[in-house]
Design a protein around this ligand. Structure first.
Ligand code: BGC
Ligand code: CA
Length: 349
């Protein structure tokens, strides 16, 4: 499978090369040709890999019309140096717009300088550069979602569940003993989600007792390990697990399953994203709720923006914040409405 993929991308690059030769290395886009270079931080991230599938679909659909669309995609496998090289290669191959999911969101300088020199606009996504960097050039954009909103929604989901189900407070002390599984340190979504989920629960009058907080870098296996340690330390004291994303919530559930905790002895778990596996866990009632991180909406916005920027077209239907940012709204998911989110339409039907 990997070999096939590599071959396919080699063909795309080769085709790009041929087009370039015939265009005499002119970076200005001809009227109906879009060459997009997509760089993402790590293929092993579940959410990113699903978002990349949506983006591929968007550009493929765009290419079905009159416009010729060529897309290259590069996985930096967690290295900013690798990503810098990949972006350089795609610019040299003649891309007229870039979509960049930074490895290190505080270190976009090399990429911005290279793109600016060749006048190739950049749409950053999912890993938001700091505003000073975003101000460095007027052809820098960001597509993503508002971290605070996802935290607030997770807190609301948890508060509703706690009010509805008195058994969540297993030791009946009127407080909810909770742990947090946090994403990558420094990521705009990690701390903000945690703070807002906890604050929302408190504002809704839920008494909380924090037991522990573990960093699991968005990763299911790391979350399972962290959770195993916490269970070892606190046994059946934990009543609520707030995870910054679905993969970590699922890792926590894995830990309880591995230790053979019966369902009634487990805490309630909340995630964020609504990945395929996350949604399935909501259907199976293992995950009490999640918050939809609208990958279809983000991919659609990126594709529209890419077309508009590269071909100087009007960008219909895009709402900008501060002229540079497009934020897609999150949505709350429980077993009551999960059906509307399965089948990749973001609950839009
Ligand atoms: C998602 C995580 C993902 C991360 C990657 C976040 O917005 O919720 O699941 O791992 O982005 O940057
Ligand atoms: Ca309790």
């Amino acid at each position: 499978m990997k070999g096939k993929k590599r071959f396919a991308w080699a063909m795309v690059c080769w085709a790009c090369g041929l087009i370039l030769i015939s265009c005499g290395r002119n970076h200005a886009a001809s009227e109906d040709r879009l060459y997009v270079g997509v760089a993402f931080y790590n293929q092993s991230d579940s959410y990113i890999s699903e978002l990349m599938n949506c983006l591929k679909e968007q550009f493929a659909r765009m290419g079905e019309g009159d416009m010729k669309v060529t897309m290259a995609m590069r996985d930096a496998a967690g290295s900013q140096r690798t990503q810098d090289d990949q972006v350089k290669e795609m610019i040299d191959a003649g891309c007229n717009v870039l979509c960049v999911n930074l490895v290190d969101r505080t270190d976009p300088s090399t990429i911005i300088d290279m793109a600016k020199e060749k006048d190739v606009p950049i749409i950053f996504f999912n890993r938001e550069p700091v505003s000073e960097d975003m101000m460095r050039w007027d052809r820098l954009y960001y597509v993503g979602a508002d971290a605070k909103q996802s935290g607030v929604m997770q807190g609301e989901l948890a508060a509703d569940a706690i009010r509805e189900n008195k058994r969540i407070d297993r030791n009946h002390d009127g407080k909810i003993q909770y742990v947090v599984l946090e994403g990558e340190p420094g990521h705009q979504d990690a701390i903000i989600r945690t703070e807002n989920a906890v604050d929302t629960l408190k504002n809704q009058g839920i008494e909380l007792e924090k037991i522990n907080c573990g960093i699991a870098n968005w990763n299911r296996a790391q979350a399972q390990n962290r959770m195993m340690q916490m269970i070892g330390q606190y046994q059946n004291k934990i009543e609520l697990v707030l995870a910054n994303n679905d993969d970590m919530a699922l890792g926590a559930i894995d830990a309880y399953k591995k230790l053979n905790f019966t369902e009634s002895a487990r805490p309630v778990f909340f995630g964020i994203d609504g990945t395929d596996v996350g949604l399935r866990a909501v259907v199976d009632l293992e995950l009490a709720g999640t918050v939809y991180n609208d990958k279809e909406g983000q991919a659609e916005a990126m594709a529209k923006l890419a077309e508009g920027l590269a071909l100087n077209r009007e960008m219909k239907g895009l709402k900008f914040k501060n002229k540079k940012y497009v934020f897609l709204p999150y949505k709350k998911i429980t077993s009551d409405n999960v059906g509307g989110f399965i089948g990749k339409n973001g609950g839009r039907n």
